[in-house]
Design a protein around this ligand. Structure first.
Ligand SMILES: Cc1ncc(COP(=O)(O)O)c(C=O)c1O
Length: 469
């Protein structure tokens, strides 16, 4: 098959033309451009490559590109500005054809809460770390991994977590896993079908993982002080003995509140009195903006708390690297579950991460990222004040997402769909409850993966959508 791929100066524009199929090249080019605009790969207002440059990249005549641009201009996908070039039209102003009924699969203004700034992945530092790893790693590093994780990484993590989060960490009690997600799976397996209290609202994906690993889940309500730990006794009396409690004390997921200090103490006391386990998901605690972070709870009771961490917010979810710091009594069961699951995480990436931490590049990246996200958080607050005057933003002190209370309940599905038609991705808080609230006044908005102007434009569009609903 002779497929040619072309990129040109200007926007990132990857188009495939396949000369082996019967569809004419001009039609293929038009399809490719339409798809790029609809999916948001080519966002509104971006300038297209000059026709001559694109023709040369694709190995086609300039006439063909001119004609394809002309067709999309006529359809309203593109606009021409005399002397300045051809641009992607504003989605709102696009013709009926451009507003084809299916919303783009990835909105241009996507407030998805799970992402750090994906464009800010420290590619060069990671490349250096990988190169050093491949150069220096002994041959044995290419054998089957240690199911607990590479010793170099466990050592680096122990030092980092002690220093930054006050975790009582010993390389011998750390297990590296494929993201926090796998950590929860392994823990549920190690608890052997035990009863687990989870924050409600919480992350549905994690509840599904825990349930799949046979945990019996009970809902622990959340209010302005975080998880309502005073209810644990009543919950136990009603539902049966609770073996473990999963909390996000630094920045509750998704409401964004911190677990109030008296509740932290009460939760540890509950664990002590009931031989219970606390699972501390510290997923985004590296980002605290307005005051020094509280240390991890694990630092106060290492024999009763499992500490869960991840690089998904500090580097990228794609790396799939996370870790558990375990009370010794759980270690063997978790390591055995990890061995049976996948024999251990990929060693080369683990060694690269160890290298990144040991070289200081990880800390430098975190410092820079914190500044960047603080500015984005502030942009969200300003945009909400400007375009959603009845709304209130909460959960701002830390992390990479906030909750916007709209001031009136809305149908989450209707809002998501209407926003998607304007290329805005929003995430209703109501879907984070165990009993889904189809109508609710909260939205969970991630701000880390959008630049300030995109935050402003996304919230402006959201304001317009809400007015119309
Ligand atoms: C509450 C919570 N915990 C943990 C994670 C990280 O999960 P993982 O390491 O599997 O990507 C996330 C990611 O969005 C999260 O929201």
């Amino acid at each position: 098959m002779s497929t040619e791929t072309g990129t040109s100066s200007g926007p990132e524009l990857l188009l495939d033309l396949n000369r082996d199929v019967r569809r004419p090249l001009r039609a293929q080019l038009e399809d490719g451009l339409r798809e790029a605009v609809r999916s948001g790969r080519l966002p509104a207002h971006i300038r297209l490559p000059a026709t001559r440059a694109l023709a040369s990249d694709l190995g086609v005549s300039r006439r063909l590109v001119v004609d394809a641009y002309g067709q999309l201009l006529a359809e309203g996908y593109l606009v021409a500005r005399r002397g300045a070039g051809t641009f992607v039209a504003d989605a709102a102003g696009a013709s009926a054809a451009a507003a084809a009924e299916t919303p783009p699969s990835v909105p241009t203004f996507d407030f998805f809460p799970g992402f750090p700034d994906l464009a800010n992945f420290p590619r060069n530092a990671w490349l250096r770390a990988l190169r050093a790893t491949l150069r220096d790693a002994p041959d044995r590093a290419f054998g089957y991994p240690d199911p607990r994780g590479a010793l170099e990484l466990r050592r680096a993590l122990a030092g980092h977590l002690r220093r930054v989060r006050g975790v009582v960490a010993d390389p011998e009690t750390i297990v590296v896993c494929s993201g926090a997600a796998q950590g929860f799976f392994l823990l549920a397996r190690a608890l052997g079908g035990g009863r687990l209290a989870v924050e409600d609202p919480g992350l549905p994906a994690h509840r599904a993982i825990l349930a799949e690993a046979s945990a019996q889940l009970v809902a622990l309500p959340v209010d302005e002080g975080g998880a309502c730990v005073a209810e644990l006794d009543a919950l136990s009396a009603r539902e049966g003995t609770i073996d473990a409690v999963l909390v996000t004390p630094a920045h509750q997921s998704p409401t964004g509140v911190a677990l109030a200090p008296p509740r932290r103490a009460a939760l540890l006391a509950w664990a002590g009195e009931n031989e219970g386990l606390v699972i501390e998901d510290d997923y985004d605690a590296e980002y605290r903006y307005d005051r020094a972070p509280l240390g991890a709870m694990q630092g106060l009771a290492a024999d009763r708390v499992v500490y869960v961490g991840t690089v998904s917010k500090t580097l990228a979810p794609a790396l799939r690297l996370g870790w558990l710091v375990l009370p010794p009594r759980l270690l063997e069961r978790v390591v055995s579950a990890k061995l049976l699951a996948d024999h251990g995480c990929p060693t080369i990436d683990q060694l690269a991460l160890a290298q990144l931490i040991d070289s200081g590049a990880y800390d430098r990246h975190l410092r820079q990222a914190r500044r960047r996200y603080r500015a984005r958080r502030d942009a969200l607050v300003h945009a909400v004040a400007r375009h959603l005057p009845n709304a209130r933003v909460t959960g701002l002190a830390a992390g990479l997402h906030a909750v916007v209370r709209l001031g009136r309940p809305v149908d989450g599905m209707a809002l998501m769909q209407a926003a998607a038609r304007q290329s805005v991705g929003v995430y209703p808080l109501g879907y984070a409850y165990m009993d889904v609230r189809a109508v609710d006044d909260g939205l969970v908005l991630g701000y880390a993966n959008l630049a300030e102007p995109a935050i402003e434009e996304g919230i402006r569009r959201l304001g317009a959508v809400l007015e119309e609903l």
